[in-house]
Ligand binder design. Structure first.
Ligand code: PLP
Length: 468
């Protein structure tokens, strides 16, 4: 199978559904605004639209579809469970029992015996919100520390600790007491330092402020951290940043919450990204791929934080049996097929291909930095010609979509092309994506530097309904 785009975008059948969606749904809808397709379904690494176009899917349902579309084993697990039970609140069931045992078994050995699971409502934001409540209860403190560029959800508490300013500009009375600190975004250091010579001053600043009786920051209930910022632009935390943060939080008895909603379940080449940093967090939040394609969200936390009374955190949809069955199957497959080693191998292959694009003299100037871990990769674009970095990124996304590669943007003003392919992506599919990206980058580069009259080599149509 390979990508194939046979209509202009959107095609006629997509256009009809997109128009209906525009009439029926809220103006907060996002993906179809910049990726103008209506979806028919998918198979493996490919997503099909209703016009017969086939796209290599490097979005994977925002990281939910860890094994791509229509994985037969995940489908079989959910189908079998459909006949047993679908929803059971927080009663114990066989499906939940297997899921919990496997999930605890995915933890580093030293952590297994002291961690507990709480099943939350089904979204990542539900998990983060639960983690904040847990840490507030356990510490008796009110405030939270999070980081510039961090993303933790769209509810009122999670937006409050999220860096994205635009989404909360007009929302008042979010969770009070959040302090943002600089993240180790070394490519554009928030402290304007050189990463080769700095002393990880970003985390040093946090430590100084917590120690400063006149610093104005109270001891927080939690520090919430992504090991690789996803929405923030695929920015892996620097190793010393994380180890120092762990030391500082431990010394001050501040629970460290790692948000593994996007990085978890193998995405970065280990089951959790924190494993690559050699630290042990106090709370792990996991969701997205966790339920094998079905909604699931958990917090896994050190039992010493378990100060919750019965019913302290409830939610109707915290017993999704289909997610337990499919999620357990996912973990089984990850172990059986050594999916994590595959993620590391294909991730390196893809990364090397992206690095090679940066070295290409025609494309290189538009690429600021290639970064990421495992199969969570990003390319930060530079401004080019008269276009800003985000205009360049938007045009690259559209040029790639016309050639059959679907991906999302992230980072400041969406200046990062972000790749979240299925974890079982084949080498051939990775190469196909690199070929498409190479052609898309070249087209946009030529347009930016040489005017708009550049022929497309892919035979795709010139007219499309959406210009980004
Ligand atoms: N945390 C991280 C790191 C995320 O990437 C996301 C979503 O993209 C969330 C939390 C929120 O998850 P959800 O959209 O399921 O609420």
């Amino acid at each position: 199978m390979s990508a194939s785009v046979v209509t202009s975008l959107p095609g006629p059948a997509s256009r009809r559904l997109l128009e209906q969606q525009e009439r029926d749904e809220s103006s907060a809808r996002t993906y179809p605004r910049h990726t103008p397709i209506a979806v028919a379904g998918g198979q493996g690494s490919y997503l099909h639209d209703v016009d017969g176009n086939r796209f290599l899917d490097f979005l994977s349902g925002a990281g939910v579809l860890a094994l791509g579309h229509g994985n037969p084993e995940l489908i079989a697990a959910a189908q079998a469970q459909l006949n047993v039970a679908t929803h059971m609140l927080d009663f114990p069931t066989e499906a939940k029992s297997e899921f919990s045992t496997r999930l605890l078994g995915m933890l580093p050995e030293a952590m297994r015996d002291r961690m507990k699971i709480h099943f939350c409502g089904p979204t990542g934001a539900d998990g983060i919100d639960a983690a904040l409540k847990l840490c507030k209860t356990a510490t008796g403190r009110a405030d939270v520390i999070s980081f510039h560029g961090g993303f933790h959800g769209s509810t009122q508490s999670t937006l409050a600790i999220t860096g994205l300013r635009g989404s909360k500009e007009h929302l008042h009375n979010l969770l009070p007491g959040t302090t943002f600190f600089p993240y180790s975004y070394c490519f554009k250091c928030p402290l304007a330092l050189n990463p080769d010579s700095c002393q990880v001053n970003c985390v040093r600043y946090l430590e100084n402020l917590l120690a400063d009786p006149n610093g104005g920051v109270r001891l927080p209930a939690a520090v919430v951290l992504e090991m690789v910022q996803g929405e923030g632009g695929v920015v892996p935390a620097r190793a010393e940043f994380v180890t120092e943060l762990r030391r500082i939080t431990r010394e001050r008895n501040i629970p460290l919450v790692v948000d593994e909603v996007q990085t978890g379940c193998g995405r970065t080449g280990t089951w959790y990204a924190f494993e690559q940093y050699g630290i042990e967090p106090d709370v792990i939040v996991s969701s997205k791929a966790l339920g094998g394609g079905h909604p699931a969200s958990v917090i896994i936390y050190d039992e010493r934080l378990d100060g919750w009374a019965p019913g302290a955190h409830t939610g109707t949809f915290r017993g999704n049996q289909l997610a337990f069955a499919a999620g357990a199957a996912l973990m089984r497959i990850v172990e059986r097929d050594d999916v994590l080693a595959h993620v590391r191998e294909i991730g390196e292959f893809l990364r090397a291909g992206l690095d090679a694009l940066q070295l290409n003299h025609a494309i290189g100037p538009m690429i600021g930095e290639v970064r990421g871990r495992g199969l969570m990769l990003g390319v930060e674009l530079n401004p080019l010609g008269s276009w800003t970095a985000s205009e360049v990124a938007g045009r690259v996304r559209m040029a790639a979509l016309r050639r059959g590669l679907l991906f999302e943007l992230a980072g400041r003003d969406d200046c990062v092309a972000r790749f979240l392919p299925p974890l079982n992506l084949s080498r051939g599919e990775a190469q196909e994506a690199l070929d498409i990206l190479g052609a898309a980058f070249a087209e946009v580069s030529a347009e930016a530097l040489g005017g708009a009259h550049v022929g497309r080599q892919d035979g795709s149509h010139e007219k499309e309904g959406i210009h980004v």
